[in-house]
Design a protein around this ligand. Structure first.
Ligand code: NAP
Ligand code: GDD
Length: 343
């Protein structure tokens, strides 16, 4: 069988970097869309191939390519899809921060909602039929209508981000039904790792605990400690994305751990790992409250287990502890002047 080609939007993000590694390990040729920034934004993928080419031309024997692009630029998306002719497209790019989506709702809608339809239209314009994965989110359940949440639980989003993801979910279903596209939604619950963005709560806590332990910081400022999330390990969740696109028929799947924990529990595990009491170091800052909160998320992944053979392996405590350990190592390496790469 000839080598498969995948195109990943959001390749520089947490999930994009793990998915790139997974697909390369399976022998794929991987193309990623990189948006232009005034500073380097490739730290999560720099370790994959030192000789990665930015843009073109392709480098003989190198199966990983980066192309400048943006979900706000439709003509660029069509040009790239036409040139790459991917077998699979993973749409992971988004303005993905829920709190920030209240500050920049219009931009969030443009990228996280309209960006998806730009990509789907680019596929139609080029006239190919790649398999399409949409990074849907448990944020769509928002004010939850059922516990635990399944593929049939009604959506009730609580943020501009959640609303944008609901649009992208339905447009993915619509293009499947309207044009026979192999288009699927992975409804992923929160998933974390040492590569998680520093402003999401788990990473903020594990990084904060590590800094406090090493005497580099004294206080950690947080918002609502009572919210509950279903947290899994990102490295395992990208495997579910790939499995979804290998199914003969497109469909929608919940990917979760079926466990829920509070932010307070996350603090307990993280600070216990560095032998400190979190109560001596955490202060509440109302700036981190959201205009509308999602109080509880817990997903039922039984369909994914049954149809994809997927289930989570790393559970909450182990996940938070491995993140604390990675942050301690990262800080030690930075202090020692070693390369600033997140593992
Ligand atoms: P992330 O770390 O925030 O990565 C987002 C990616 O999107 C980055 O590569 C970012 O580029 C890129 N991006 C942002 N705006 C863009 C634009 N205008 N054009 C092109 N690319 C753009 O997110 P993640 O945690 O890996 O999540 C991946 C996807 O899954 C996102 O769509 C997210 O909403 C969704 N999701 C995440 C979770 C979770 O718990 N992690 C759960 C459910 C769904 P830069 O690196 O340049 O910023
Ligand atoms: N970010 C952040 N910072 N969150 C805080 C803080 C803080 O200082 N203090 C408390 N929290 C609470 C938030 O109010 C929220 O209830 C919870 O911690 C989780 O916040 P985040 O880690 O920012 O994640 P999220 O659940 O809002 O969104 C993430 O998961 C979604 C899937 O459910 C993002 O990755 C989304 O892109 C993803 O779709």
């Amino acid at each position: 069988m000839s080598k498969k080609t995948a195109l990943i939007t959001g390749v520089t993000g947490q999930d994009g970097s793990y998915l790139t590694e997974l697909l390369l390990s399976k022998g794929y040729e991987v193309h990623g869309i990189l948006r232009r920034a005034s500073t380097f934004n490739t730290s999560r993928i720099d370790g994959i191939r030192k000789d990665t080419i930015y843009g073109n031309p392709p480098n003989e024997g190198n199966p990983f390519f980066l192309h400048y692009g943006d979900l706000g630029d439709a003509s660029n998306l069509a040009r790239l899809i036409g040139r790459i002719q991917p077998d699979e497209i993973y749409n992971l790019a988004a303005q993905s921060h829920v709190r920030v989506s209240f500050d920049i709702p219009e931009y969030t809608t443009d990228i996280t909602a309209t960006g998806t339809i730009r990509l789907l239209e680019a596929i139609r314009e080029v006239g190919i039929k790649p398999r399409f994965y949409q990074a849907s989110s448990s944020e769509m359940y928002g004010l939850v209508q059922q516990i635990p949440q399944t593929e049939t639980t009604p959506f009730y989003p609580r943020s501009p981000y959640g609303c944008a993801k609901v649009f992208s979910y339905w447009v993915t279903v619509n293009y499947r039904e309207s044009y026979g596209l192999h288009a699927s939604n992975g409804i992923l619950f929160n998933h974390e790792s040492p590569r998680r963005g520093e402003s999401f709560v788990t990473r903020k806590i594990t990084r904060g605990a590590a800094h406090i332990k090493l005497g580099l910081q004294d206080k950690l400022f947080l918002g609502n400690l009572d919210a509950r999330r279903d947290w899994g390990y990102a490295k395992e969740y990208v495997d579910a994305m790939w499995r979804i696109l290998q199914q003969p028929e497109p469909d929608d799947y919940v990917i979760a751990t079926n466990e829920t924990h509070t932010i307070r529990e996350c603090l307990e595990v993280a600070f216990a790992r560095v032998e400190l009491d979190w109560k001596n170091h955490v202060e509440i800052d109302p700036r981190y409250y959201r205009p509308a909160e999602v109080d509880i998320l817990i997903g039922d992944y039984s369909k994914a287990k049954r149809k994809l053979g997927w289930e989570p392996r790393t559970k909450f405590k182990e996940l938070i502890e491995l993140m604390v350990d990675a942050d301690l190592k990262l800080i030690h390496d930075q202090l020692a002047g070693k390369v600033n790469r997140q593992d």
